[in-house]
Design a protein around this ligand. Structure first.
Ligand code: HEC
Ligand code: HEC
Length: 408
């Protein structure tokens, strides 16, 4: 389609320059072919289906159903008051609007929106998990989040009649009820000395059975989370109207000027915020790390490689040789100090505060950071300082707001 337009344009161009320009104008289309191809690459239409070879249940409707029940179930916590949805609230784009997360304890990181999370390559701001299902296991045991011991979780789900039946339909028979009832309460591989002792006292076979059910619950939760897709925005609608040759006014001149800045190599945004989710899925230092406190990706390289629930581990459905992400991951700590995962910019206008630590309250503050941050100015980041006039800043902010979901 694009080739056809370009070709027609080329033919017309060889006849008369002005008629080509007129054709562009008639189509409400101020872009050169290379600008237009960059813009199209950001459209939601280009989002492929989410995949994960380490989770064979990802697209299984029964797994999605079980996962959605687990996601909203507050019993999956030490105090019976915390579910995934406590922090990933559907009405807040599956985020919480807080600076840093709050549940059983206070966290140090900002809660990301889950819309589009299934398309990520690495999970958490520092990417310390390599799959969505393995990610789901972490908050369940995290003392500040659900804080539920692994045996308590397995017992709860495998004894509850409804869950047990759904679990069995998906994963085959769980251990007999009498065996499960005999598992001790409050045992987990990391926690208090008492909890770890109780975990160690289990037989290998018991630990294997508990870990298997733990991983399977993660896989069902991931199946549900992978249904949380970003929806079309004014930006996407603009792209599809231009593509259809319509004379569109969906974006006003300020927003179009902002889009132009966003794709301009001088502002560098596209170096990192690329593709239909506006992220290159990579880790970068943009001067937000805190030495000695939070060094981002650099701190977790071994953790993700030696995680027993990673793609290489016993509970993964992927052949080991297909775990190329782990195999080829960047392991040079020095280059990853203060590096965080580039976040998606879809719905960004609705998900303040910003950055891994929620340190910026508004999008204007984020742009000020790109313009003034000490580490960026001093050349200690993966980008050069950007400079924007106040009119340009207004335009870029207006463009970012066109990435918010259009309410149906
Ligand atoms: C106490 C609030 C809280 C609870 C409860 C919670 N999360 Fe999160 N979630 C967060 C925070 C904060 C992060 C980012 C943490 C980090 O990067 O270190 C996060 C990150 C994630 C991510 C990674 C997204 C990405 O793109 O990197 C996913 C997926 C996710 N959570 C799913 C879940 C699921 C599933 C549950 C329930 C089993 C859950 N969360 C429970 C606060 C919470
Ligand atoms: C070198 C890569 C890189 C470039 C260039 C870059 N960003 Fe970012 N961006 C990031 C990373 C990494 C983060 C997360 C940092 C953190 O959490 O500490 C981020 C965060 C953001 C956020 C906050 C999103 C959120 O949910 O917290 C916005 C908004 C943003 N960038 C917009 C832009 C714009 C606009 C440009 C161009 C002017 C730009 N970025 C250029 C990598 C980049």
């Amino acid at each position: 389609m694009r080739t056809a337009v370009a070709l027609t344009c080329f033919l017309i161009l060889s006849l008369s320059l002005s008629s080509c320009a007129e054709q562009d104008k008639a189509a409400g289309h101020p872009w050169t072919p290379s600008e237009w191809s960059l813009i199209q690459s950001l459209s939601l239409e280009n989002l492929p289906a989410a995949t994960d070879s380490s989770n064979r249940y990802l697209n299984n409707p029964q797994a999605i159903q079980l996962g959605s029940e687990l996601f909203f179930d507050k019993r999956l916590s030490a105090n019976g008051q915390v579910s995934c949805a406590s922090c990933h609230q559907p009405e807040k784009f599956f985020s919480d609007g807080l600076t840093t997360a709050q549940a059983i304890g206070s966290g140090t990181r900002n809660t990301p929106s889950l819309l589009g999370a299934a398309w990520n390559q690495w999970f958490f701001w520092d990417g310390r998990k390599d799959s969505l299902w393995s990610q789901a296991l972490a908050p369940l045991e995290d003392p500040k989040e659900h804080n539920i011991a692994r045996t308590d979780l397995a017992k709860l789900v495998l004894i509850d009649a409804d869950y047990r039946q759904k679990y069995q339909a998906l994963f085959g028979s769980p251990p007999p009820l009498a065996d499960i009832q005999a598992w001790p309460v409050d045992a987990r591989p990391s926690g208090s000395i008492e909890q770890m002792k109780t975990w160690k006292a289990l037989s290998d076979q018991q630990r294997k059975a508990i870990d298997t059910s733990f991983a399977n619950l993660g896989k069902s939760i991931a199946a549900y989370v992978s249904t949380l897709k970003p929806v079309s925005t004014r930006f996407d609608q603009y792209v599809s109207e231009v593509k259809a040759g319509k004379n569109t006014h969906l974006l006003n001149n300020t927003e179009l000027a902002g889009l132009r800045l966003f794709i301009d190599p001088k502002q560098q945004c596209l170096n990192c915020h690329s593709g239909p989710l506006f992220t290159n899925q990579s880790f970068h230092s943009i001067g937000t790390g805190e030495m000695g406190k939070d060094t981002g990706r650099a701190a977790i390289i071994d953790q993700v490689r030696f995680d027993r629930f990673n793609c290489w581990g016993d509970f993964s459905d992927a052949p080991k040789e297909s775990c190329t992400k782990l195999q080829y991951m960047q392991r040079n700590r020095h280059q990853l100090i203060g590096a965080y995962k580039t976040p998606s910019l879809r719905n960004v206008g609705n998900t303040a505060p910003y950055f891994h630590n929620g340190s910026k309250l508004s999008l204007a503050d984020v742009l000020d950071h790109y313009m003034n941050a000490k580490d960026i100015q001093a050349g200690r980041a993966d980008l050069k300082p950007i400079s924007l006039t106040s009119t340009e800043k207004t335009a870029l902010l207006a463009f970012l707001q066109t990435l918010n979901a259009v309410q149906p």
